[in-house]
Design a binder for this molecule. Sequence first.
Ligand SMILES: C[S@@+](CC[C@H](N)C(=O)[O-])C[C@H]1O[C@@H](n2cnc3c(N)ncnc32)[C@H](O)[C@@H]1O
Length: 262
Amino acid sequence: MVGKLSGRTRLWLKAVRAEYWLARKLLPKVYSNDALICFNSYAFVDDPDFQRAYQRGARALGDEDWYQWQWRVHVGLWAAAGASRLEGDFVECGVSHGFLSSAIMEYLDWDRLGKTFYLLDTFAGLDPRFISESERESGALVKSEELVRNGMYVDGVDSVRANFAEWSNHRIVVGAVPETLGQVESESIAYLHIDMNCAPPEVAALRYFWPKLTPGAFVLLDDYANRGRDEQRVAMDEVARDLDVSICALPTGQGLLLKPAV
Ligand SMILES: C[S@@+](CC[C@H](N)C(=O)[O-])C[C@H]1O[C@@H](n2cnc3c(N)ncnc32)[C@H](O)[C@@H]1O
């Protein structure tokens, strides 16, 4: 598969990675990647099943793993494995090249489960109609356009269809959340991953799917505890309060929410 990033972006990523490399040199044995420096064990990276899944996820990016988000993927695989034992389908809102969902499908030997994986994205970056005023003012649209241009967000759905072609039980839904939510035909959802990097469609997705979530269902919010994404966190906390649940902030930057069984 050919590379998907512009040359300038590759250089910038090399510079960012140098900081993590330096931390690993200075503090041997720490986990240092993806905005996380941690002294605890990350033995999960040695698990051959994890490695196989991670490598499949990375293949969605092209010729190079420029995400380097092992711990985030570990959390996603854990949630997906739990959800695979429940009744219901899987949904991801914000797919881009398809890293996390490909890793999950590989990990779970997806077609064996008899579930459908719904994959929703504009496949063209943020939709200006569905961002907040303050996101607009802080330059979210300009940033999104830049991310599409430099290859960090996918530009078009064709490469995504090719990436997921090895699995039958999935549906790619092209268009903007919340407009496309009704195209998810399932009435029972066991796993929901929300990763659109802007608050309004994320809030809409959580509110829409909440009544359809199976008791015990796993909801993973990719940006909930990321520094600089306060608007998403505050908005999600408001939804959680209405639903009488709370969200666990993870050191990976993710948020984790379980649909109560009773
Ligand atoms: C950070 S990327 C998702 C990364 C992905 N989860 C992965 O595993 O690599 C965010 C994606 O959200 C999409 N997005 C943003 N706003 C959206 C909206 N209103 N509806 C659908 N997709 C949206 C963008 O097009 C972009 O591809």
